[in-house]
Design a protein around this ligand. Structure first.
Ligand SMILES: NC(=O)c1ccc[n+]([C@@H]2O[C@H](COP(=O)([O-])OP(=O)(O)OC[C@H]3O[C@@H](n4cnc5c(N)ncnc54)[C@H](O)[C@@H]3O)[C@@H](O)[C@H]2O)c1
Length: 360
């Protein structure tokens, strides 16, 4: 008999709908494990960090939180943020602390158009659309460089600076990652996005590194597009896209646009990867904690379940990842949909349907 493979997963539901969607992804993986005949198991440990923890302790994560997480095979994350805690404290205190501390420098955000879901994009009815946003996840506009001062001046005297940081190493590695990903896709193309006409230092360096790296990938088509034009292109010529590589802020915005075009923010999955595997990678839906619908059992679990599929791929369970993705597609095609995408099913009903469809 072959030995059972064990994958240690740290789950951090955090805030709002985070708990609901992490529970959904967890039960999909439980169902896979049960059906695996003992081939593998997931050893879960849940951590209570987030805004509730902050209210009790004044911290978003335990002091030794990163050390506690270091030995896990992966982190499965919900969403962080609650109206009682300023967003910059919750985001920096937990999510960015983990992404940056674990050097999860590649954030992969697929934009998938699913059957049975109406997209606001007219072309989605007749054109085969899917693309991936690759987000530089360690520096750029979210490097955290800057400061505030002069609070003691009269009147409105405060100043604040926020500098973006672009390094050759950071640009080079995310671009090579994007090119390698493009090589695995039918449409071998990388679109680089900047605002280098207006931001003449960091983003011109980005453009130069892109040109250098692209010479090593002559089989991959390339283009450089300004972020404003790329926003229009997402809507007007999405069939032209395959891999879109952009800085931390630009890709953050573009991937929300992509998921809205696919039908809802609740659909979008994402992987924060440390490709060298020196640290655990982290898998999470793109959406936030959605305080407006939290606790009602109506949030869309598809983004989180899709993120669990990305985690399976990362753990080497490629067939299982495909099974989950196919089950998501079948569920949507059957019209089992939450209300953000025009249905009336609960989170639990959609999750149950995905589990039922795993067998298909
Ligand atoms: N990765 C993260 O943890 C992350 C990302 C974005 C925002 N946030 C935080 O989340 C909080 C709320 O932010 P926001 O309102 O700007 O963004 P949000 O993504 O939480 O919500 C935006 C809109 O999308 C809807 N939505 C989001 N997820 C959904 C789902 N699964 N199903 C159905 N509808 C869904 C919400 O109801 C809301 O109308 C803030 O504290 C913010 O800082 C966290």
């Amino acid at each position: 008999m072959t030995e059972t493979q064990t994958f240690r997963i740290a789950s951090i539901p955090a805030d709002g709908v985070g708990a609901e969607v992490v529970a959904a992804g967890h039960s999909v993986l439980d169902a896979l494990e049960s059906a695996s005949g003992g081939a593998y198991r997931f050893a879960w440990e849940e951590f209570p960090w987030g805004c509730g923890y902050y209210t009790k302790t004044g911290k978003m994560i335990a002091d030794d939180g990163p050390e506690q997480l270091e030995s896990f095979d992966a982190i499965y994350f919900g969403a962080v943020g609650w109206p009682t805690v300023p967003d910059h404290i919750s985001l920096w205190g937990l999510r960015l602390r983990l992404c940056q501390g674990f050097d999860q420098w590649a954030n992969v955000r697929p934009v998938n158009f699913l059957p049975g879901i109406t997209s606001p994009l007219r072309k989605a009815d007749s054109t085969d659309l899917d693309w991936v946003v690759v987000r530089e996840n360690s520096e750029g506009e979210y490097a955290g460089f800057g400061g505030r001062n002069f609070a003691g001046r009269d009147g409105r005297g405060q100043i604040a600076t926020q500098s973006a940081v672009f390094t050759e190493v950071g640009c080079d590695r995310i671009m090579r990652f994007a090119f390698e990903l493009a090589r695995t896709r039918a449409h071998k193309k990388v679109s680089s996005v900047t605002k280098s006409n207006a931001q003449q230092y960091g983003m011109v360096l980005w453009d130069e590194v892109f040109a250098d790296v692209s010479r090593d990938y002559p089989d991959v088509e390339t283009e450089s597009v300004l972020v404003d034009a790329m926003s229009a292109k997402f809507v007007l010529r999405p069939e032209d896209l395959s891999v879109v590589v952009a800085s931390n802020l630009n890709a953050d915005i573009l991937s929300d646009l992509g998921s809205a075009l696919a039908g809802s923010l609740g659909l979008a999955a994402s992987a924060n990867l440390n490709p060298e595997r020196r640290y655990p990678s982290m898998f999470e839906p793109v959406h936030g904690s959605a305080p407006d619908i939290a606790g009602q059992g109506i949030c869309n679990p598809i983004g989180a379940i899709g993120s669990a599929a990305l985690m399976l791929d990362h753990l080497g369970l490629h067939d299982e990842a495909k099974r989950v993705q196919r089950a998501i597609e079948a569920t949507c095609a059957q019209g089992v949909l939450t209300r953000d995408v025009g249905g009336d099913a609960s989170t639990e009903t959609v999750t149950g349907a995905v589990i039922d469809n795993l067998a298909g």
